[in-house]
Ligand binder design. Structure first.
Ligand code: PMP
Ligand code: GLN
Length: 398
């Protein structure tokens, strides 16, 4: 009999090469990087803290005794701040009482939404490559995971054939925009087609927009702003990426009251509630002036360009991302055809860690992406330059 954890692990490609239980590829690469003293461009976390004024608010909240359970759906001030943020940037007006809950990172919101709304007999459609948590949670829910390919160089879905991925059983389509691991940012015409098909097949839309503020010269369009989308869309975001506090694990989920209530029902038995002093601090962060958000994206764009140049100089083909923390690079011009094996050797070979893109795929997609590596550029410029120099020596190891 297949145990639930095995479905979870298989969904997230967690089974190691010998069929044993592995840790996530992110942790595996972070551990390998530490072991070899390598520059960690694998797991996506910044190497600099978010705004000092915001961490001071968290420290003050702890000192002031803000240390017991927050309400299960999150403190009211943060739910209000999420609503204000959505109105300021997107013109959306969710009700903080019934249409927003705070979660323990986006990860918990993903789990709660999938587990509460899908199950055996349902199909859940994601684009592929897909962020590992979707596959894990679809596996745990017992639903069937179907995929629609995103192809290099721009990693956009083929709108001419996207409908082939939908069926009468499609219960939910998961959008991740800006997209991890490819860095693609879906324009409104892509989102419009997703909404049209979700409506035609009466599927819910779960949209993970944790990189909403990290786009480079293109606008982020929330799915919930598309005509006809709001009534069937749950939107997830998180403070981790926007404010460089990935360790605080404060996320949120918003959408129609009945869908949010369903997710909340499951969420309260996952973690019940999330770090009280961090919620207080993130309420302030969400109210920072517009310049904070545009400056963060501009800084990251410069880092993207430095790493992209370095990867090109190292002989790889680079797919320049329009958003996120991540660049995909093809190692086949260097003669590599197995990025999983390469990623496991890279820290030792050249002192850099990266993530192999096939781990974000089922078998067919893994074949398509077998020479791709994902590099994180949310790191100090000096480190990115050093990593690029070290990667340039990869040719010598062929
Ligand atoms: N969704 C995507 C697309 C992500 O890249 C990440 C993490 N980087 C998450 C969700 C998880 O976010 P959190 O750390 O807030 O749980
Ligand atoms: N989201 C981060 C990434 O894509 C990793 C988070 C995790 O380790 N689960 O790198």
């Amino acid at each position: 009999m297949t145990m639930p954890w095995q479905r979870t692990a298989a969904g997230a490609n967690l089974l190691g090469p010998d069929g044993s239980l592995g840790v996530t590829i992110f942790e595996e690469m972070t551990t390998l990087a530490a072991r070899h003293g390598a520059i960690n461009l694998g797991q996506g976390f910044p190497d600099e803290d978010g705004p000092a004024a915001i961490s001071r608010i968290a420290r003050d909240a702890i000192a002031a005794g803000d240390n017991q359970y927050a309400p299960g759906k999150g403190i009211l001030d943060l739910r209000r701040a999420v609503a204000e943020h959505q109105e300021r940037f997107y013109g959306l007006t969710p009700d903080p009482e019934t249409e927003i809950i705070i979660s323990t990172g986006a990860t918990e919101a993903i789990a709660a939404a999938i587990l509460s709304l899908t199950g055996p007999g349902d199909e859940v459609l994601t684009f592929e490559p897909f962020y590992d948590a979707y596959g894990a949670m679809i596996g745990l829910s017992g639903a069937t995971h179907t995929t629609a390919a995103l192809l290099a160089p721009d990693f956009m879905p083929d709108l001419g054939t996207l409908e082939h991925s939908f069926s009468e059983r499609t219960r939910m389509v998961i959008v991740n925009n800006p997209h991890n691991p490819t860095g693609a940012v879906f324009p409104p015409e892509v989102l419009r087609e997703v909404v049209r098909l979700a409506t035609k097949y009466d599927a819910l839309i779960l949209t993970d927009e944790v990189y909403e503020h990290l786009t480079f010269g293109v606008a982020h369009t929330p799915v919930a702003t598309m005509p006809g989308a709001a009534e069937r869309t749950l939107t997830i975001s998180s403070a981790g990426k926007t404010f460089s506090f990935t360790g605080w694990k404060i996320g949120w989920l918003s959408g129609p009251a009945e869908l949010v209530a369903a997710a909340r029902t499951v969420k309260q038995f996952l973690s019940y509630s999330s770090g009280t002093p961090f919620q207080t601090a993130i309420a302030h962060a969400l109210r920072m002036e517009d310049a904070f958000f545009t400056d963060a994206a501009a800084t990251l764009q410069r880092k993207r360009d430095i790493l992209a140049d370095g990867l090109r100089a190292a002989g790889m083909e680079v797919y320049t991302p329009q958003g996120t923390y991540f660049i995909n690079a093809d190692t086949s011009p260097l003669g590599f055809t197995d990025s999983l094996a390469l990623a496991r050797r890279l820290p030792e070979l050249v002192g850099v860690a990266a993530i192999p893109v096939p781990v974000f795929c089922h078998a067919e997609g893994a074949e398509r992406t077998k020479s791709l590596l994902r590099f994180a550029f949310c790191k100090k410029v000096e480190l990115l330059e050093r990593a690029a120099g070290q990667l340039a020596t990869l040719k010598e190891h062929l």
